[in-house]
Design a binder for this molecule. Sequence first.
Ligand code: MTE
Ligand code: MO
Length: 222
Amino acid sequence: MSLSKAERIKKTRVPAVSPELARRLPPGQALTERFPILHEGEVPQYDMKDWRLKVFGAVDEEKVLSYDEILAMPQTTITVDIHCVTRWSRFDNSFTGVKFGDFLKQIGVAPKSEYVMLHADQDYTANLKLSDLDRQDVLLAHSFEGKPLTDKHGYPLRLVVPHLYFWKSVKWITGIEFIDENKPGFWEQNGFHMNGDPFAEERFSGEDLPIPEDEWERKDFD
Ligand SMILES: Nc1nc2c(c(=O)[nH]1)N[C@H]1C(S)=C(S)[C@@H](COP(=O)(O)O)O[C@H]1N2
Ligand SMILES: [Mo]
């Protein structure tokens, strides 16, 4: 009998860390210097002539953005720690892109709801509170360490929400949907927490559903 993903993550042993490191490393996490690659499905390929980002749902007017329009918006670089629910954390990652709040201003959208469903290839979704997106450290990122994102890490555009577990940082983002009531995205439907704060260890919702194997040690790295 194989354990569900949630059960296996609960049972993983992690080394003890110094109090100083613990302020930066959330409970139950292990540091890595490599950059693991984790996702469902194949790495998508794009013809950027056809690529669009849609903003829809509880807004006055839906918007459809091209890549060039997003690259022409005010740009921000952040250096942040990231934390994956499968227990790896990586410090000091620099991402460049458009702050979520700046993006909304640029497109003239005033959301009429408090929750957002992010849509991405391949049929991936993640739910977030608007208040978790409208922060100084949340980006629609196109570059990592000064270079365009690699295909595997989310080219052309990924969300970066460093204060929540990294499953909320959707790669290959295609849509931003404002929703009136919070509802679970892909992993949230599969036993993961609706919010996902790593310092509060909000890993699971209590639902324990069988979901695919995915230990990060056995995954690709960049
Ligand atoms: N579209 C999409 N985005 C995704 C995922 C996915 O399966 N599909 N996986 C998430 C998870 S669980 C993690 S840990 C991070 C991994 O990002 P990385 O591969 O750049 O490390 O992407 C997140 N974004
Ligand atoms: Mo993850």
